[in-house]
Ligand binder design. Structure first.
Ligand SMILES: Nc1ncnc2c1ncn2[C@@H]1O[C@H](COP(=O)(O)OP(=O)(O)OP(=O)(O)O)[C@@H](O)[C@H]1O
Length: 518
C-alpha cells in the first residue's frame, strides 16, 4: 500500500497546553493520512495522551488548531470529536460493568436516533465486529468479560458510533502475546477497510511491524514527524525517542549461581480465584537470596493468585509460604513487609498507588508505620525532602512532592511505585509485570534496579507475560500453566525452549477457559 499521494486526513497544528505553570505541549503537531496506521511515540510523560485528549475534546488547547480534510475542526468537547468520526480507546476502559455490551453502546450514543433501542445497538455492534474480526457478544455483562474482551467492546463501540479515525492508547499493554497479535491483526484490517489509526505504543516491534509512518514527541514537542516506518530499525527509533542510543532491555543471561539461603519457599500451595475457581494448585517454588526467578506463562494461569497469596491478600487453601524461614500463611501484609517483602503489582492503579494523594504521600505510605515521619505531628517537611530525592533519583518527569499522583503519566506513576518499593529494607521482591507501559529507557532502568537488588542479595520473583523480559532478567525460569509449575529451565535457555513449554500452557489455558464458560 502506498500513501505518498494521499492528502492529509487530519492535521494537528502547533498545539500547546499548560497545566498550571507547566507547559506540557509546546507547538506539537501530527499529520494523519487516510487508511494509515500512524505510530505516536515518545518517552513516558512526553505528552502523547495529552495531545490525543485535545483531539478527542477532553482538553482544550491553549494555542493551535485542528484541520480535518483541510477544514478547521473546532473540538470543544468529546461530543464534537465523536460527531466528526474521531474515537479513542483509552488505557483505562470507560465501560459500566453492570450493563451489557449493548447497553454500554446505548449509554455512549447519548440518545441519537439510530441508536435508541437494544436491537439497534446489537445490530450496530455485530456490524462493527464483522468489520474488524473482533468477536463480541452484545448481550454479555461487561463485568463478566476479560480485559481483552472489554477492549474489543471499546473498539466496536467507537466504530458503532461512527468513528473512522481511531486513537488506540497502548492497546496491547494489558494483553497476552496471543491476544496482542489478534489485536494488531484487527487493527490492520480496520486500516485496510478505510479507517485511519493513531497507535500509541512503547513496544517498538509493534511499530516496525504494524505502522506505515511515525511521529515522535519529546518533552511536549514533536521532534520527528511523518517518518516512513519501513526505513527505520527499532534501534534507530529508540535513539530518536530518547535523543541518544539507549540501552534497551538487553538479554543478560546470568552466570551467577545463587547459593544463598531460601528467602521464599512455597510448598504445595493452593489458592482459589475470587470466583471460587481454581487459581494455583500444588505449587512449590523456592527463590534464594541473590537470585532472580522468572515465572513465564500465558496470562490468567494463576499468576495473579500467586502474587496475591505471597503478598497476603488471598487466602491460602492448602500448603505453606515461608519468607526467610518464617511461615506466613496467615500473616498480615504489614508483617510480611516487616520481613522485607516488597511488591510491584501488575495493576498499579488498583493496588499500588492512591491516585488522589500527592506523590510525597504515596512514597511515604509504607514508611509511616516505621516511625520515620513521626514527631509531635506527621513530619511533612521530611516527607517532602524524601520525595524530592526519590523524584530526582528515579527521574520521575512531571512530579513534584505535592503533585496529585493521578495527574502523572502512566509510566511516571509506575516510577513512583518502584521508588517506594525498591528501598534499602527490601529482601524479597515480587515484580509482577514491572515494566508494563514503560518506555525503553525506563524499562532499562527498572531492569537494572532489579538486577542491582539481586546483586545486593535480595531474592526476586519476576512474574511476567512478556517472554523477552523473563529471558532478559532471570537466573532461572519456571513455566506456570493452569495454576501449576509445569517446567523449569536455566536462565540461558532459548526463547524456543521456553516458548514450547508455554505453548503447552496456552493449550491448557484455552481448555480451562472453555471449561469455565461451558
Ligand atoms: N490534568 C493534568 N494536570 C496536570 N498535569 C497533567 C495533567 N494531565 C497530564 N499532565 C502532565 O502532562 C505530562 C504529559 O502527560 P501525558 O499523559 O500526556 O504523557 P504520555 O506521553 O502519554 O506518557 P505515558 O507514555 O507515560 O502514558 C505529564 O508530566 C503529566 O504529569
Amino acid at each position: 500500500m502506498t500513501h505518498t499521494a494521499a492528502p492529509p486526513l487530519l492535521e494537528l497544528c502547533g498545539l500547546s497546553k499548560r497545566f498550571g505553570d507547566r507547559p506540557v505541549l509546546q507547538r506539537a503537531s501530527l499529520e494523519l493520512r487516510q487508511g494509515e496506521v500512524h505510530a505516536l511515540l515518545g518517552e513516558n510523560g512526553a505528552g502523547k495522551s495529552t495531545l490525543m485528549n485535545i483531539l478527542t475534546g477532553v482538553y482544550q488547547a491553549d494555542e493551535g488548531h485542528i484541520l480535518l480534510r483541510g477544514e478547521r475542526l473546532p473540538v470543544r468537547r468529546p461530543a464534537d470529536a465523536i460527531a466528526a468520526g474521531i474515537g479513542m480507546v483509552h488505557q483505562h476502559f470507560r465501560l459500566v460493568e453492570r450493563f451489557s455490551v449493548a447497553e454500554n453502546l446505548l449509554l455512549a450514543a447519548g440518545g441519537r436516533r439510530e441508536l435508541r433501542t437494544v436491537p439497534q445497538a446489537v445490530a450496530a455492534l455485530r456490524q462493527a465486529a464483522g468489520q474488524t474480526g473482533l468477536g463480541i457478544d452484545p448481550a454479555r455483562r461487561v463485568a463478566d468479560l476479560s480485559v481483552a474482551e472489554r477492549q474489543r467492546v471499546e473498539i466496536c463501540k467507537i466504530l458503532a458510533l461512527g468513528a473512522r479515525i481511531l486513537v488506540l492508547d497502548e492497546p496491547t499493554a494489558v494483553l497476552t502475546d496471543r491476544e496482542a497479535a489478534d489485536m494488531l491483526a484487527a487493527m490492520n484490517r480496520m486500516a485496510e477497510g478505510g479507517c485511519s489509526i493513531i497507535l500509541i505504543t512503547h513496544k517498538l516491534r509493534e511499530v516496525v511491524g504494524h505502522s506505515q509512518r511515525l511521529t515522535i514527541m519529546r518533552q511536549g514537542r514533536t521532534v520527528a514527524s511523518n517518518l516512513a516506518t519501513d526505513a527505520l530499525s527499532q534501534a534507530a527509533i529508540a535513539a530518536l525517542m530518547v535523543g541518544e542510543h539507549p540501552d534497551g532491555p538487553q538479554r543478560q543471561p546470568s552466570s551467577r549461581i545463587a547459593n544463598g539461603p531460601d528467602l521464599l519457599n512455597t510448598q504445595a500451595l493452593c489458592v482459589r480465584r475470587p470466583d471460587g475457581g481454581v487459581g494455583i494448585v500444588d505449587l512449590s517454588l523456592r527463590v534464594r537470596a541473590g537470585e532472580i526467578v522468572g515465572v513465564a506463562g500465558v496470562g490468567g494461569n494463576g499468576q495473579q493468585q500467586l502474587a496475591d497469596a505471597l503478598l497476603g491478600t488471598a487466602r491460602v487453601e492448602a500448603g505453606s509460604i515461608e519468607l526467610d524461614g518464617a511461615r506466613v500463611n496467615d500473616a498480615s501484609v504489614a508483617r510480611r513487609r516487616d520481613l522485607g517483602l516488597r511488591i510491584i503489582p501488575s495493576d498499579r492503579a488498583a493496588s499500588g498507588l492512591i491516585g488522589e494523594l500527592p506523590v510525597a504521600d504515596n512514597l511515604a505510605l509504607t514508611r509511616v508505620r516505621t516511625g520515620r515521619y513521626r514527631r509531635w505531628w506527621l513530619d511533612r517537611w521530611r516527607m517532602r525532602a524524601d520525595a524530592q530525592a526519590s523524584i530526582a533519583q528515579h527521574d520521575i518527569a512531571g512530579a513534584r512532592p505535592d503533585t496529585r499522583t493521578s495527574l502523572l503519566s502512566g509510566g511516571n506513576a509506575q516510577k513512583v511505585l518502584l521508588a517506594r518499593e525498591l528501598d534499602a529494607d527490601m529482601r524479597l521482591l515480587i515484580a509482577h509485570s514491572p515494566t508494563r507501559g514503560l518506555d525503553v529507557k525506563a524499562c532499562a532502568s527498572v531492569h537494572a534496579a532489579i538486577r542491582a537488588a539481586a546483586a545486593r542479595g535480595a531474592a526476586c520473583l519476576l512474574i511476567s507475560e512478556d517472554l523477552e523480559e523473563v529471558l532478559a532478567l532471570s537466573d532461572r525460569i519456571v513455566v506456570i500453566s493452569a495454576g501449576r509449575i509445569t517446567g523449569e529451565c536455566p536462565g540461558g535457555a532459548s526463547a524456543e525452549r521456553v516458548g514450547h513449554l508455554m505453548l503447552g500452557t496456552a493449550g491448557a489455558a484455552l481448555g480451562e477457559a472453555a471449561a469455565h464458560h461451558a
